[in-house]
Design a protein around this ligand. Structure first.
Ligand code: SF4
Length: 227
């Protein structure tokens, strides 16, 4: 499998935000979201077997803990990433899979917590979410909308209500997109959608979702990779 990086940091998103986490970033993505901050993972990386990745995880996190499989889009390498995730779960790790929701998720091993994006209109990749994936989600999984304007918010609000997401999954996350060229200040000035505005909308609509900020962008320089 093709791997961009394996590193330890704090989990910045989801209900696991703030926990130490080991990240395995797979190379390659078939989407091109306008605000993507992982473009460096589109190409390159190095070839590793699932066994070599597992050994690297064990070396960095010998006592178990949280491991996130991310990308790029990890499910493009389904043949290798599925056995890797199974081995990690069996090895006692708590495994998160961060995915765009465009690839089928029915073969993701039980025990893996799926964090699935639904791309909003302003992402540049609308209508890429595979609707059958809704049936693969459980009350341990999470659905995330990355928002950059009011139209994105209304899409996410309506999708959440229409598909009764709050009853299907552990958490529905509404997260302001960050400017991909952001650097320097560690504050919300880099958000494409002001979190305060988003909070006001969510409260006004009593939407059953959580506002999520990318914690790592407020701890380290938003331009830093590998954190
Ligand atoms: S799916 Fe993820 S990695 Fe791929 S372009 Fe969109 S944000 Fe970037």
């Amino acid at each position: 499998m093709q791997i961009t990086e394996i590193y330890k940091s704090l989990q910045g998103e989801s209900t696991h935000a703030g926990l130490p986490c080991l990240f395995v970033r797979l190379t390659g993505c078939n989407l091109r979201c306008s605000w993507c901050d992982s473009e460096y993972a589109f190409y390159g990386g190095r070839k590793m077997t699932p066994e070599e990745v597992f050994a690297a995880v064990e070396q960095l996190s010998p006592n178990g803990g949280l491991v996130e499989i991310t990308g790029g889009e990890p499910m493009l390498q389904e043949r290798e990433v599925v056995p890797l995730m199974r081995q990690l779960v069996e090895g006692g790790y708590q495994v998160l899979l961060e995915t765009s929701g465009e690839r089928p998720l029915d073969r993701v091993p039980a025990g893996v917590i799926k964090i699935v994006d639904v791309k909003c209109p302003n992402s540049g990749e609308p209508d890429t979410f595979r609707m059958e994936n809704l049936e693969t989600l459980s009350d341990r999984d999470e659905i995330k909308f990355v928002l950059s304007d009011r139209a994105d918010y209304e899409f996410a609000r309506d999708f959440t209500q229409r598909h009764n997401l709050a009853k299907r999954v552990n958490a529905v996350l509404f997260s302001p997109a960050f400017r991909k060229e952001a650097s320097g200040a560690r504050d919300s000035s880099h958000c494409l959608l002001d979190p305060q505005e988003l909070a006001d909308w969510m409260v006004a609509d009593s939407i059953p979702a959580r506002l999520g900020l990318q914690l790592h962008k407020f701890i380290w320089d938003p331009a830093l990779k590998g954190v």
